[in-house]
Design a protein around this ligand. Structure first.
Ligand code: SPV
Ligand code: MG
Length: 269
């Protein structure tokens, strides 16, 4: 059974790089799209601003894209409205999480985030399926990460499968796979599973293989590595008042021309 590894992208250039490196698909991450705009991952960007970014992502790559659509940006009706737009943009997957709009990033240590009512969330899943035959729905369960427990997670997995979800994303902020593993063993369902190993990053690839995990998402690693690289450049240039120490470390301008296909323009001219 094939496994799919999705890497995050938050703009056109990151989408192009994900494709160049032959990942299976793109995770259009709420965290990285909003942070790249200098905003918080708390639905400060509107759904239509997110769709604008998606237009650049789909223009830049032919890879399948799953949009991290948070809660679906409101009620089931907002979610339907969004789905129609995603269909036109050409997105293949939408992931919605069972928190309440406006949500906060799951790793943010604040209060225990409330979960959406199961019936209401199941209604959102059904309404996406009813409004598009092209878009696959990943239902993301926040019970574990928000501290509501394993029984709640299992109950929700059953309900979301019943409602027509195409896959379940079970999220955890443990440093190891233990909680996820318990969920998978307890649920015992032969159903597509999506994982986001951000905190349990030490998990061996063999675990994903053995447990038939369908999609593994590297959720924020291009944004985080680009911030590290920008930090390094800033420190070196600030200190030296010169570019000499940085020029050979950074991506050449000519390579940017290659990535954006400048030669194609010349040929067309
Ligand atoms: C995102 O990438 O925005 C996600 C994954 O939702 S996480 O930040 O791990 O919750
Ligand atoms: Mg998110």
């Amino acid at each position: 059974e094939k496994q799919f590894f999705f890497m995050e992208a938050h703009n056109g250039i990151s989408a192009k790089l994900v494709e160049k490196h032959k990942f299976d698909g793109i995770w259009a991450s709420g965290l990285t799209i909003s942070s790249s705009m200098g905003l918080r991952d708390v639905n400060e960007m509107s759904w239509s601003q997110v769709c604008e970014i998606l237009n650049y992502i789909t223009l830049s790559s032919d890879l399948p894209v799953i949009l991290d659509a948070d809660t679906g940006y409101g009620s089931f009706n907002n979610t339907i409205h969004l789905t129609k737009h995603l269909d036109r943009i050409g997105i293949q997957g939408i992931c919605i999480e069972d928190k309440i709009f406006p949500k906060k990033n799951s790793f943010f240590q604040g209060h225990k985030q409330p979960l959406e009512d199961i019936e209401i969330f199941s209604g959102k899943i059904k309404s996406i399926k009813d409004s598009s035959s092209n878009i696959q729905v990943v239902a993301r369960i926040e019970s574990l990460i928000a501290g509501w427990g394993m029984d709640e997670a299992i109950k929700r997995a059953n309900a979301y499968r019943e409602a027509g979800a195409d896959a379940i994303l079970i999220h955890s902020k443990r440093k190891d796979i233990s909680e996820i593993d318990e969920f998978i063993k307890t649920w015992g369902s032969e159903f597509p599973i999506v994982l986001v190993p951000t905190t349990y990053y030490k998990t061996k690839p063999n675990y994903f293989l053995k447990n038939k995990i369908n999609i593994v998402i590297w959720a924020n690693h291009l944004l985080r590595s680009s911030i590290s690289s920008m930090e390094e450049t800033l420190q070196i240039v600030k200190k030296n008042k010169s570019l000499k120490k940085i020029e050979n470390k950074i991506f050449p301008v000519n390579e940017i021309f290659n990535i954006t296909k400048m030669q194609e323009l010349t040929n067309n001219e």
